[in-house]
Design a protein around this ligand. Structure first.
Ligand code: NAG
Ligand code: NAG
Length: 468
């Protein structure tokens, strides 16, 4: 009788563990869904005449940066090559008619007219919508970068009011802050105070950071060793295409306000596997930011490990999780800023795929706590040719909580005591106070720990597989 009971218990346990493992497998990360996808980008024209009169070379249009504000998803379409009719556009998130919608130029077709004496927008790479309803557009103002490049002037910041799409401000970087190799491809905005907002523009070509004060309508340039590319990093191989990049400061992510009233800026050069941080207290003080005494105020967090070169990054202020792209690994990963160490192990894998995540190029979290990722096969666009029969561009999304579930960035604590209770219930369905059942209880307790240990190991191994 005793023997049969033990067998039944083991059977139950077996099923239970099997169930947990299966459930875990289903719930395991890579938990983003493709919301939009395009083979080629189409625009929405006012009429047929406009469409016929617009020069649009579909092979040359590639989406690079993204941002979400209320019901609009904004996309930058830099002018790498000729025939890009508008370099900033949006789609309506409420329009569910198409998974490949035509894009609407922002703020208007006219703003993108390069025949104008002083075109409003030339070629922005990344944009940022702040919590005050302003869209910050970092415009390189260089057309046809991969061909016969033309500069329309120094890089500029355009700030739009998203309530009415009016241009609030146009700030052209002064000559002293633009070097001959400068290329400003990424921006972060510290919007804790709408009247005293700061924008941070990363210079990847001549490694540096331009800090812009909204209140004082002025900017200054910061230099630090950590903005430079690592000569031992930047050897990329993506789907068989090998190339080398030596890009400096690129990934910029702003934390929420710290007790001292300042945020932390998490940053990395593109051609580097290291992550760094600095308090904006250092950057916002023009005198101190420009001095060479600030060297030790910049912190080294750690390395992402081999092939851990990273492009765009974004910090979700609600969970404190840093998200970043890993082009060399066809992945988007995460790191909890509450972690002490930044190591290979402390990173979580959000999504990895050699089809859906071919060159992840931008990452954002909107005010509804949804993560958005854009992948665009940039390596094929630059070093080969995009096939118009393939899906080339994708936008993936998920709620942040679902995206980080079961990864190293999960903010929910694992309900292990609860699990022990459940196992206990199974082992001792109806506890009877006899000595025989006590004996059984102690041996089953031992069995429980053995099995629990096995389960934890399995789960650990499994999560290892899920990771990068
Ligand atoms: C660069 O990457 C390629 C492909 O992985 C590899 O064959 C080559 O050895 C690498 N070069 C260096 C200098 O690491
Ligand atoms: C800026 O930093 C300098 C030190 O270089 C310090 O003397 C000054 O008080 C700081 N200014 C502000 C506004 O914090």
């Amino acid at each position: 009788m005793m023997v049969t009971k033990v067998i039944t218990i083991s059977e139950k346990l077996c099923c239970f563990l099997f169930f947990i493992i299966i459930v875990n497998e289903i719930k395991c990360n890579d938990n983003l869904r493709v919301a939009y996808e395009w083979k080629q980008i189409e625009f929405q024209y006012r009429n047929a005449i406009d469409r016929d009169n617009t020069i649009h070379n579909k092979n040359n249009v590639i989406p690079v940066g993204l941002e979400v504000y209320k019901s609009r998803l904004f996309i930058t379409l830099p002018r790498w090559r000729e025939g890009v009719p508008a370099s900033l556009a949006y789609l309506d998130l409420n329009d569910e008619n198409s998974k490949s919608p035509n894009l609407i130029p922002f703020p208007s077709w006219q703003s993108h007219n390069l025949l104008d004496e002083a075109p409003e927008i030339v070629s922005p790479f990344r944009i940022r919508a702040d919590k005050c309803g302003r869209l910050w557009v970092l415009d390189t103002r260089i057309e046809n970068i991969l061909g016969d490049a033309k500069r329309y002037g120094n890089t500029q910041l355009l700030v739009y009011d998203l309530h009415n799409d009016f241009l609030l401000r146009r700030y052209v970087f002064p000559d002293s802050q633009v070097k001959s190799d400068s290329f400003f491809a990424n921006i972060a905005v510290e919007d804790g105070d709408c009247d005293n907002t700061f924008a941070y523009a990363g210079d990847l070509g001549a490694p540096g950071l331009v800090v812009y004060s909204w209140k004082h309508q002025s900017s200054w340039r910061v230099h630090h060793h950590f903005f430079h590319p690592d000569p031992l990093s930047g050897n990329f191989t993506i789907n068989g295409i090998n190339f080398q990049w030596g890009d400096g400061l690129f990934g910029l992510a702003i934390s929420k306000q710290q007790p001292d009233g300042f945020a932390n800026l998490y940053f990395h050069p593109f051609s580097s596997t290291m992550e760094f941080s600095v308090s904006t207290k250092i950057l916002r003080n023009k005198t101190y930011a420009e001095s060479s005494e600030n060297y030790d105020d910049f912190k080294i967090l750690g390395s992402r490990g081999p092939n851990g070169e990273s492009g765009a990054s974004f910090l979700d202020q609600l969970t404190g999780v840093l998200f970043y792209s890993l082009p060399n690994l066809n992945a988007v990963a995460c790191w909890k800023t509450s972690n002490r160490a930044y190591t290979i192990k402390s990173q979580g894998r959000i999504y990895m795929s050699s089809t859906d995540m071919l060159f992840p190029n931008d990452v954002k979290v909107d005010d509804q706590d949804h993560i958005w990722v854009l992948s665009d096969r940039l390596h094929e666009y630059m070093y080969g040719k995009l096939d118009p029969n393939n899906v080339n561009f994708r936008i993936l999304t998920a709620h942040v909580e679902d995206a980080i579930e079961n990864t190293a960035c999960d903010i929910k604590t694992k309900p292990l005591p609860d699990l022990i209770n459940k196992l206990g219930d199974i082992l001792n369905p109806k506890p009877t106070p006899s000595s025989a059942s006590n004996k059984l209880r102690s041996s089953s307790l031992l069995l429980m720990f053995v099995i629990l240990n096995f389960f934890i190991n399995m789960n650990f191994l499994y999560r290892q597989n899920c990771e990068l």
